[in-house]
Ligand binder design. Structure first.
Ligand code: FAD
Length: 365
C-alpha cells in the first residue's frame, strides 16, 4: 500500500481521494491550506458535464448525493445587452441544453462527507518538499512534515507542486476578470435578483462581459471581464472604476458593484501553453488547474479537474508500474486539456470582442 499525498482539497483533489478510497486505497491524505471545512467557499455555481464532472461522481458513487444537492433551474440562462434588454430567455422556454448546476460549497461538502475520517488534514499549507527514499518528505507552513510515496499536486492555479515537475509557466491571455459576490442579495439588490431568477446572466457589450449567477445561499456572484494588461490594477474605488470602464451600461448592473460584500478580486487570466510537456516521474504528478490552468469562459475547469481525478485514480490502481501509469495519465491529460484550452481561448477572445453577442446567439440558436 503506497502512501498517497494529495496537496489541495479543491474539487479535483477531493474527487481523487474519494475515487482512490472507493478503489480500495486506504493510505490517502489530502493536505489543504484552509483552516477547516467551514472556510467560506467562494465562486459561482458550477455546471457539471455528463462526460467529465458527472462521470467522476458516478464512479465515486455520489450521484444520489449530487441529486440531493444540485440546483434544478440554476442552469437557466438569460443573455442580455448592456442596456439590460433580454435577448435570449431560457426562463421563457428558450431552453438550450441541460447541464445541472451545483454550488461549490455543497459540492465540497458531498465530497468531504464521502471520505474516510481524517482523510483531510486542514491548515496544511504546502511549503516545500524534498526527496526521501522512494518518495517525498513534505513540509507545511505550520511546521509539520509528512512522508508520501506518491505526491499529487491538486493545489490549483498557483501550484507549489508544479515546479517540481516542470518550469513551464502559464501565459497571460490579455484580459482580466474582476470577481465579486453580494451576500443577502434579495435585500441588497432585489432588482438584480429578479433579473437573474435563480439562474445565470450573460451580458455582452463594448467588448466586455458581465456574468452573474445565483447561489443557493442567497448570494449573487459575478465576474466582469475586459481586455487589459497583465499588471492592471483598480485605481481608486471599485465603483468609480466600474462606472468608467462600463460607462453607458444600464444602472442596474452598477448595483452589484455598489453592494459588493467584502471587496472584489481582480483575476488576470492565464492559460497553460497548449504544447506543454514534461518528463513523467514515478512518484509525482498533478491534476486540475495546477496542470492546465485556463480561463473560465467555456465552463470546463472543474469538469476537467474531476475528469483528471477519474483517469488518474484508474491509472494508479490498475498496475504495479507507477512510472508507466503516471506517464499514460499525463500524456492523455495533456492532450485532452490542450484541446479544451484551445476551444476556451477562442471563446474567451470572441466574447471579449465586438462580435460577442452575435457569437453567443449562434451558440444558443
Ligand atoms: C471567476 C471564475 C469562474 C469560474 N467558473 C467556472 C465554471 O463555471 N465552471 C467550471 O468548470 N470552472 C469554472 N472555473 C474554474 C474552476 O474554478 C477551476 O478550474 C477549478 O476550481 C479547478 O479545480 P482544482 O481542484 O484543480 O483547483 P482549485 O479549485 O483551485 O482547488 C485548489 C485547492 O488547493 C488548495 N491549495 C492551494 N495552495 C495550496 C497549498 N500551498 N497547500 C495546500 N493547499 C493548497 C486551495 O485552498 C484549494 O482548496 C472558474 C474560475 C474562476 C476564477
Amino acid at each position: 500500500m503506497k502512501k498517497i499525498a494529495i496537496v489541495g482539497g479543491g474539487p479535483g483533489g477531493l474527487t481523487l481521494a474519494r475515487l482512490l478510497q472507493v478503489k480500495g486505497v486506504s493510505s490517502v491524505k489530502v493536505y489543504e491550506r484552509d483552516i477547516n471545512k467551514d472556510a467560506r467557499v467562494q465562486g459561482a455555481t458550477l455546471d457539471l458535464h455528463e462526460e467529465s464532472g458527472l462521470a467522476a461522481l458516478r464512479e465515486a458513487g455520489l450521484i444520489p448525493a449530487f441529486m440531493e444537492n444540485y440546483r434544478p433551474g440554476a442552469d437557466k440562462i438569460r443573455i442580455l445587452d448592456k442596456d439590460a434588454n433580454i435577448i435570449v430567455d431560457e426562463h421563457a422556454g428558450q431552453k438550450v441544453e441541460y447541464r445541472p448546476e451545483i454550488d461549490r460549497g455543497p459540492l465540497r461538502k458531498i465530497l468531504l462527507e464521502s471520505l474516510a475520517d481524517d482523510t483531510v488534514v486542514w491548515d496544511s499549507q504546502f511549503a516545500d518538499m524534498e526527496r526521501s527514499g522512494e518518495g517525498w518528505l513534505l513540509q507545511f507552513k505550520n511546521g509539520t512534515t509528512a512522508y508520501a510515496d506518491i505526491v499529487v499536486g491538486a493545489d490549483g492555479a498557483n501550484s507549489k507542486i508544479r515546479p517540481f515537475l516542470t518550469p513551464i509557466k502559464p501565459f497571460f491571455v490579455g484580459m482580466t476578470a474582476v470577481e465579486g459576490s453580494v451576500y443577502d442579495a434579495s435585500e441588497k439588490v432585489p432588482e438584480m435578483v429578479e433579473l437573474v431568477k435563480g439562474g445565470k446572466l450573460f451580458i455582452f457589450g463594448d467588448s466586455k462581459t458581465l456574468i452573474v449567477s445565483a447561489k443557493g445561499d442567497g448570494t449573487l456572484s459575478f465576474y466582469a471581464g475586459f481586455q487589459s494588461a497583465a499588471d492592471w490594477e483598480i485605481q481608486g474605488s471599485v465603483l468609480d472604476w466600474f462606472k468608467s470602464a462600463f460607462k453607458g451600461w444600464a444602472p442596474i448592473y452598477e448595483s452589484l458593484i455598489a453592494n459588493v460584500s467584502g471587496g472584489v478580486i481582480p483575476r488576470p487570466q492565464y492559460c497553460m501553453p497548449l504544447d506543454q510537456d514534461w518528463e513523467a516521474q514515478a512518484n509525482l504528478t498533478m491534476l486540475g488547474d495546477a496542470a492546465h490552468l485556463m480561463p473560465p469562459y467555456a465552463g470546463e475547469g472543474v469538469n476537467m479537474a474531476m475528469l483528471d481525478a477519474l483517469e488518474l485514480s484508474r491509472c494508479l490502481t490498475e498496475g504495479e508500474d507507477m512510472l508507466a501509469a503516471i506517464a499514460k495519465y499525463e500524456r492523455e491529460m495533456r492532450e485532452r486539456a490542450s484541446a479544451t484550452a484551445a476551444m476556451t481561448l477562442e471563446q474567451t477572445e470572441v466574447l471579449h470582442g465586438p462580435d460577442a453577442m452575435q457569437h453567443m446567439l449562434g451558440l444558443v440558436s
